[in-house]
Design a protein around this ligand. Sequence first.
Ligand code: ADP
Ligand code: MG
Length: 653
Amino acid sequence: MTTPGTVLDLWASAHLPDVLGSAGVGLWAFELASQRVHWSRIAYEMHRIPPATPLSYVDVMRMSDPADHAPMNAMVERACRSGEAFELENQVTDPGGRTFWVRSRGKLIDSDVGPVLLGTMIDVTAQRETLARYEQQRAFVDRLLATLPDLVYVLDLASGQHVFTNRGALDVLGSRGDGAAVVGEPQFHTMVVDEDRPLLEAHIERMQQIGPGRALSVEYRIRDPRGNTRWIQSRDAWLESDERGELKSLIGVARDVTATRVAEQERRALEEQLAHQQRLQVIGQLAGGIAHDFNNLLMALHGFLDRVESGDAERRVEALERMRDVLDRARRLTTKLTTFGGAQPMHPQTVDVVALVGGLQGVLRELLDERIAFDVDVAAPPLWVVLDPTQLEQIVVNLVVNARDALHEGGTIRLRVGRDPGDGSVSLRVSDDGVGMSPEVQGKVFEPFFTTRASKGGTGLGLAIVRAAVRAAGGRIELQSSLGEGTEISVWFPSADAESRSRGDLGAQVVAPPRAAAAAAGAEPAPSLRVLLVEDDVDVRESLVLALRSRGFEVEPHASAESALRELEGAPAPDVLVTDGNLPGRSGGELARELRGRWPQLPVVVLSGYEASATANALPEGARFLGKPVPVRELVATVRSAVAATKGLAATR
Ligand code: ADP
Ligand code: MG
């Protein structure tokens, strides 16, 4: 074996065909003079022909696709004429009938045997198949993207530009209406309406935080080229990150949900309209019912009045008694009306919630059927609060009835009364394991006339009344509910314990009905007290002047706070102020506080037809509040007790 002199000699050695062959490259040589073709071993193997089989140009041509003959001849001719490189990819059928693809490259060289075309060949069948598959997939994706009604885009974060957008985007965004298309790649992120821009910015920020592998949705409005607002709902995910691992571009799919949103809006508007109509209907029914009751009362009054005018003394007294009853009924009627408006004339007293709820248990059980367990847990010691006992009853009954209505299949209602460990207030909770409420319903339940039970006779007044009553008593209310699991409504009232201890006697009022207490007070001989009376309604003022004077009071009437303050300049203190809460100009509460500035001990009685709670808040300490209409006896009793309390307090100091 000879030692090769240089690397170049090695390249020229007989090993070269084998080295190229190991890379799948075959060698060929075409002697132009003899028309003989020489192949390396790999070339024979590629064609599945026994090595060293003699071949001519014609033999090679026979194996290739006839359609390729003409270009092949032309290529050979050109290569020989001009020395240009020879390059060809053609389909070949081997003697066994298998078809494959060959790429040949070659060049004309001069050799000992004359001009020779020398070149390489490789089998590119697999390569071509891969390419074909790739192209097929690409065509599929292209078609998919073009047919998709959604927008598909790639957003480059650095530039804020869409580096890719499908045709669907164009369809969604439409043309400007003058026929011109928007642009090849609509930048719909730049069309976002100003109000929704922060939303989108926050979304992109969140996208940066969540990292690759997750997708996030966002909805915003854009103004399209025609000037219409469209709702776009898009879902984005990371596409590429930069070398620091931060988000570089994101891929997103967006959908035009305008039609859905518009339909929703229309439906909501329609629902609201319907609810409004239902409310009006309920108001109509309510007003009709009350007018009917009132007319009956007026009829009765006419009847009794006639008796007063024409009857003898005994009958007159009886008729007057009956008229008083009718007036009481009228008062109860207006109480019903004003309660849910937060305008309940109240008769607040110091009440033991434990005793009151305990006393109601029987009635409450009557309201429930046997499939409902009623679990009452009421603290043992008395828990005093100041409120109108009728209203407390109403609160408890309404809450329990609602709990019952939520228990379609039966269940348990719990009623608990206790002291709040936090602030010492008195809590009352009613819970059920019934249907519960959706968050949407929870937001509305306290609205007057909101009901989900319209078909079952619901009026939507229950919780509105509860809330108004709780507020009037200075309490608060909370609602906890989840759909399918149940509801708990809790109410807290300020504790009146300290107050009732210092007054000592007030607890007794709970037992004594107001009427009896008033009657007892009315029976006492009238002391000559100076009453400062401020009332703007002339009929009410005059009737009160008459009533109070007939009971021995000295009355100084005024039509406004201003006139009272003017007249009282430098005058001695009255024994008591009786004022309307809602005076034109300065309110009764303001007048009372002003006068307390002069006479800190001045007893105050405030009368009001509505806005009990609002007025009560502005009252000076210790003031008595009476809701109109108030029977004269009750007024007289309150005035006397207010004066007596002040005197009593003054005496203990
Ligand atoms: P009504 O009972 O006449 O419908 P309410 O004001 O008492 O009116 O209640 C309003 C709405 O609140 C009810 O229609 C119901 O949807 C809901 N609701 C009240 N209490 C409950 C409860 N305990 N469980 C489930 N839903 C309730
Ligand atoms: Mg109800």
